[in-house]
Design a binder for this molecule. Structure first.
Ligand SMILES: *Cc1c(COP(=O)(O)O)cnc(C)c1O
Length: 427
């Protein structure tokens, strides 16, 4: 069969109803599964047979939705997690442990920054943050013998810088480690990092994939392209027997395509249990069914709003890679030719106070710690999501104190712009 398009996969991927079966993905709201024979279940515990026994490890609803996301990203295997934070934590912790090190772009989501800079460090995993615009040679200097992964965001939240995925992939691969890319903002509709060399892709599905501000969730997708065996000394967790799982060697039993996700499921989910409820996976799937229709509309609103703000006298700068004068325009044209996302950042000439007055005068966009929703929302990162950073760290992450992050929803463009205009008038 011809490879299906992203629209068809968004609508129908991951689940196919059999004769007389429900057309919609069934919500299997059950913690456990019944077996007639103890041996049947034993084979599942030994990872020798496919099937379900306990929802903390796997659930049919969650698997159907993970399979759809896997197909959208063009991966070999995928899993859902209870949040984007859990996805990024698992993605790294699956291949790094105490004594190891990762290299990470400075331009990332505040929650991920905290996870890596504080929590991972506390667990003994060291992080070197690098300027994503540095040369390959400069990036190479950050690597150590114990480096296990490189990490970046396709479009950084909230800096809105665009990652040069090919450059990062080349540097990571030259050092024998996988590139992990958080693809939350563009979604696979606008960018598929695996096609540019990323090995593992993560998502906060809470954002555009759900798209309705309905369910917190995450996903990890493995490309199946990284040759763990070729770097066996770096990744013993995948290439040597797991004593906590009956001595299974993940690369031997599940191959290059299945080893990483199977280990993350069998080991990390078993021990840490960050699964989404099947009900939430169902909500996520409803969002995914229209992802390919919603993304172009978010981008259209983002582009028009950015163009309006750019020429407004009270706005000192606008960050949106769809604007030709944006420093990330070229990278955007390369990696995001059909549009980036609906999130626009801008600075008001009047600084932080003006930013707060502006936000409080908006009638359509609401002040929220959220982005990528059908409803427009707005935030001042310095006083909310990134308030744990000091001035210097904020500057490094590209966040000015008076920055406003506006997530353009799916409302009429004209109404959105009218609302922004009247709020600017008032500030
Ligand atoms: C929101 C977000 C996260 C964290 O996801 P949660 O679902 O809120 O845990 C991670 N990465 C990016 C880019 C995000 O925008």
């Amino acid at each position: 069969m011809k490879k299906q398009g992203l629209g068809t996969i968004s609508v129908q991927g991951g689940y196919r109803a059999g004769n007389k079966e429900p057309r919609q993905v069934p919500i299997v709201q059950s913690t456990t599964f019944k077996y007639d024979k103890a041996d049947d279940m034993g084979a599942l515990f030994d990872l020798e047979a496919d099937g379900y026994f306990y929802t903390r490890l796997q659930n049919p609803t969650n698997d159907a939705v993970a399979t759809k996301i896997c197909a959208l990203e063009g991966g070999s295997a995928a899993m859902l997690t209870s949040s984007g934070q859990a996805a990024n934590f698992f993605a790294v912790f699956n291949i790094a442990q105490a004594g190891d090190h990762i290299v990470c772009s400075t331009s990332i989501y505040g929650g991920t920054y905290n996870l890596f800079a504080v929590t991972l460090k506390r667990m003994g995993i060291d992080v070197t943050f690098v300027d994503p615009n540095a040369s390959e040679e400069e990036l190479s200097h950050a690597f150590q013998d114990n480096t296990k992964a490189m990490f970046g965001e396709t479009i950084a939240n909230p800096a809105l810088s665009v990652l040069d995925i090919e450059k990062f992939a080349r540097v990571a691969h030259a050092h024998g480690v996988p590139l992990i890319v958080d693809n939350t903002f563009p979604t696979p509709i606008n960018c598929r990092p695996i096609e540019w060399g990323a090995d593992i892709v993560t998502h906060s599905t809470t954002k555009y994939m759900d798209g309705h501000g309905c369910a917190v969730g995450g996903a990890i997708i493995d490309s199946g392209n990284f040759d763990w065996e070729a770097h066996a000394d770096k990744f013993p967790g995948l290439t040597t027997p797991d004593e906590s799982y009956h001595g299974v060697t993940y690369t031997k039993q599940f191959g290059q395509e299945g080893a990483y996700i199977t280990k993350a499921t069998a080991q990390l989910m078993r021990d840490l249990g960050s699964i989404p409820s099947p009900q939430n996976a169902f909500y996520l799937n409803l969002g995914l069914e229209s992802l390919h229709v919603r993304m172009p509309r978010h981008c259209e609103n983002g582009q028009k709003v950015a163009e309006f703000l750019k020429v407004h006298p009270k706005v000192s700068s606008v960050t949106y890679c769809g604007l030709p004068e944006d420093p990330y325009y070229e990278l955007g044209q390369k990696y995001l030719p059909n549009g980036s996302c609906g999130v626009v950042s801008f600075e008001l000439a009047g600084g932080k106070e003006a930013a707060i007055r502006f936000m409080e005068h908006l009638k359509i966009a609401a002040i929220e710690t959220h982005v990528a929703d059908a409803r427009s929302c707005v935030l001042n990162p310095a006083s909310t999501t990134h308030r744990q950073m000091n001035e210097e760290e904020l500057k490094k992450a590209g966040i000015a104190p008076g920055l406003v992050r506006l997530s353009c929803g799916l409302e009429d463009t004209e109404d959105l712009i009218d609302d922004i205009a009247q709020a600017l008038e008032a500030c």
